[in-house]
Design a protein around this ligand. Structure first.
Ligand SMILES: Nc1ncnc2c1ncn2[C@@H]1O[C@H](COP(=O)(O)OP(=O)(O)OP(=O)(O)O)[C@@H](O)[C@H]1O
Ligand SMILES: C[C@@](O)(CCOP(=O)(O)O)CC(=O)O
Length: 491
């Protein structure tokens, strides 16, 4: 009987504060990990498949890649010349994970593990790819309920290079789930690695995924996307790019650099989660932006105007940190007094933020809670203003006027706490933080109000994503049969 498959999932991300700043190790960013995940399923192939690896992404056309692994003189993962397309992200993940695993468990153990070859399936939740056309073809309105009617891991009908991505960090989540599943499969890390938040094994998977992602993208970003895929929501302070500098240009041994014991990585992961009874909402806007070109322009402006930039970066950082603190304080207020917290959320769910603190008859116990929610609103608006300033000064559409108009109409709805443009901004997405009371009656639920504005919005093509915050952290081991729709796509 063949051994059970190894399955690891990793979440997507939304950077709600710290766009551009987080590229500098001086400034942390707030990253929320999403319920939408990438899944990698690794199985033994068969006795005739020694050293052969087949990778499939069944959501796409022409997305099967075959590789041969040679272990002498060095580990090399070579593409089968018959492959219809290349997948640099997958090949680099295979090459480096097998090479690192061989350094950890020895080349003989790897030869054993590849004796029957491997079949690997990779899929991402539907939210990673735009479902606009699917909804239109099913004649469904652009609502959360319609999204729930789409088959899990639905086919996109196109090649990977043609798919419309939604900005949730598909490549970081894919690489993290793939390298983590392989490290486990080769016993380079123990299964207990994914039971703890910052275990040695999880940190090794993080360092490897960061390195592979940089290699595949051909650039070193801040790495908040990989970090969210590994650790879940947190306040992220970037790793020192110098740590992988020599490996990026050279073939030296991987373990000395990638080991969890290598303290020169220097990244920080501090706990963060959204407050109870709130929900992040994301909309995909059908007008893309090219993140690298936005980043290039903003960084150039920063280096040409270092004094002005430093003042702006520092003041934005203070607001970013204050927002993270206000949201964390709300979680503490809930723990201290869940009853007043729950009634306060229900109360503000029916009012626009401007009215939240205006009730002279507000019960005493609710006052500090309502005022902390207002503080979160105020700070998120102040952050938007500073991001617009950054955009104006650097000549980059970080929160372009079209997005400002849409965000203003959403943020002024009853029960909406705040919002902004995620990550680098641009035209492609917005995020909102909304109250999510258990029962909003007799009023409308804030989520319904937002959905309505989005579905009726005329100036931009706005489509919701079904994501909520991932409540179970970052990368995790899964049981194939327990993930709805996964067995059906694994062959
Ligand atoms: N389901 C998949 N199977 C295999 N490879 C994938 C899959 N999804 C994405 N990839 C890989 O990731 C690459 C896309 O990476 P890129 O860095 O352009 O996207 P991204 O910035 O992560 O996108 P987004 O944040 O919008 O999700 C693809 O070219 C492909 O190599
Ligand atoms: C601009 C930047 O800070 C965030 C980019 O985020 P996103 O890919 O737009 O979600 C770049 C980075 O952190 O690597």
């Amino acid at each position: 009987m063949s051994s059970p498959p190894t399955v690891v999932s990793s979440p997507g991300k939304v950077l709600i504060t710290g766009g551009y700043l987080v590229l500098d190790p001086k400034y942390p960013g707030t990253v929320i990990s999403t319920s939408s995940r990438f899944y990698t399923v690794v199985r033994e192939a068969g006795p005739n498949d020694t050293n052969h690896i087949r990778v499939r992404s069944p959501q796409f056309l022409d997305a099967t890649w075959e590789y041969i692994v040679t272990t002498e003189p060095d580990i090399a993962v070579k593409e089968d010349p018959a492959n219809h397309s290349k997948n640099k992200f997958v090949q680099l993940a295979l090459q480096n994970t097998i090479a690192l695993s061989a350094e950890v468990v020895g080349p003989l153990a790897i030869q054993d593990a590849l004796e029957k070859g491997l079949h690997i399936t990779i899929v991402g939740d539907n939210d990673f790819y735009s479902q606009r056309e699917k909804l239109a073809s099913l004649k469904l309105p652009r609502t959360l309920d319609s999204l729930s009617q789409i088959t899990p891991f639905t086919t996109t009908g196109v090649n990977l290079s043609q798919v419309h991505k939604t900005g949730l960090g598909s490549s970081a989540a894919l690489i993290t789930s793939l390298v983590s599943a392989l490290l486990l499969h080769f016993s380079a890390i123990p299964t207990s690695s994914f039971e703890e938040d910052k275990s040695d094994g999880r940190r090794l998977a993080h360092n490897l995924a960061q390195y592979v992602h940089c290699l595949a993208q051909g650039k070193v970003g801040s790495g908040f996307d990989v970090s969210a895929a590994v650790f879940g929501s947190h306040l992220y302070t970037r790793f020192d790019p110098e740590v992988i500098h020599t490996l990026m240009n050279d073939d030296g041994p991987l373990l000395p650099v990638l080991s969890h014991t290598n303290e020169t990585w220097g990244y920080r992961v501090e706990p963060f989660k959204l407050p109870p009874f709130t929900r992040i909402m994301l909309a995909d806007i059908d007008a893309g932006s090219d993140t690298p070109s936005l980043v290039g322009k903003v960084l150039k402006w920063r280096s040409d105007n270092s004094e002005e930039a430093s003042i702006l970066w520092d003041s934005l950082n203070q607001l970013n940190q204050a927002l993270a603190r206000a949201l964390s304080t709300l979680s503490t207020l809930y723990e201290k007094d869940p009853e007043n917290y729950t009634t306060a959320v229900k109360y503000i769910s029916s009012l626009q933020s401007i009215q939240w603190e205006a009730n002279p008859a507000q019960p005493e116990g609710e006052i500090p809670i309502v005022s902390e929610f207002y503080e979160a609103h105020r700070l998120s608006q102040a952050i938007r203003a500073k991001m617009r300033e950054m955009g104006k000064l650097s000549g980059v559409p970080i929160e372009p006027d079209e997005q400002t108009k849409l965000l203003n109409s959403c943020v002024s709805l009853a029960g909406v706490i705040g919002g902004g443009v995620p990550g680098a901004g641009g035209y492609d997405a917005i995020w909102l933080l909304v109250c999510d009371p258990v029962d909003a009656s007799p009023d409308k639920h804030p989520i319904e109000r937002v959905e309505r504005v989005w579905s009726e919005y005329k100036d931009l093509n706005v489509s919701p994503l079904s994501v909520v915050e991932s409540l179970s952290g970052g990368a995790r081991i899964e049981v194939l049969e327990k993930i709805t729709g996964l067995s059906a796509v694994v062959q």
